[in-house]
Design a protein around this ligand. Structure first.
Ligand SMILES: [Zn+2]
Ligand SMILES: [Zn+2]
Length: 184
């Protein structure tokens, strides 16, 4: 296993700076993989990580574990929480690690120093969890490809929605994050 300092250096390099989120994320990830008894997480292909934040700490969790979005081994759950779950696909064992230290931190404190002084037990809550993991979530080739019945774009891995008997992409089914600009 790498040292905390080695992990932190890699995380800061990828993220762009050292911040409280890097300290927290590195420690969170190290604790998570230790609970799953994974010695070298970056070399272990059956680890999947669910991050509940899209802020600093998620970058650190990604570098420490080697789990990347494009490999389908980093799943972003938009919960706005300082937490991550670590799933071992080989054993189906999973642990969720969430930060309790953040909530209790006094105002105007230097978070970097404050977090460094806390033990893992003071900083985190660890829970054994079950995470359903259907084949359409797995790394590897897409298990399914479907053409959207309206826009004709390809949808992989069961992300389509059946509406009035038609398979539609989320955008065409009315759950789009964007609006098409119409010509003036
Ligand atoms: Zn940061
Ligand atoms: Zn569509």
């Amino acid at each position: 296993m790498k040292t905390f300092e080695e992990d932190l250096k890699e995380a800061a390099l990828y993220h762009g700076h050292i911040c409280a989120g890097q300290i927290l994320g590195v420690r969170m990830a190290r604790l998570g993989v230790r609970k799953l008894a994974l010695e070298e997480p970056q070399k272990y292909r059956d680890l999947v990580v669910f991050v509940e934040s899209d802020r600093c700490l998620s970058d650190a969790v990604s570098t420490v574990t080697g789990c990347k979005l494009g490999k389908r081994r980093l799943k972003h759950k938009d919960y706005g929480k300082s937490a991550a779950s670590f799933l071992d696909l080989r054993t189906s064992r999973a642990v969720r690690v969430s930060s309790i230290g953040w909530v209790n931190a006094p105002a105007n404190v230097n978070l970097l120093e404050y977090f460094a002084a806390l033990t893992d037990e003071e900083l985190f809550k660890v829970e054994e969890v079950e995470i359903p993991f259907p084949p359409c979530e797995a790394p590897g080739k897409p298990v399914e490809k479907i053409e959207c019945g309206l826009c004709g774009e390809m949808i992989t891995d069961s992300r389509h929605i059946i509406k009035d008997g038609k398979a539609l992409c989320k955008s065409c089914a009315g759950f789009s994050y964007y609006k098409l600009k119409t010509g003036e």
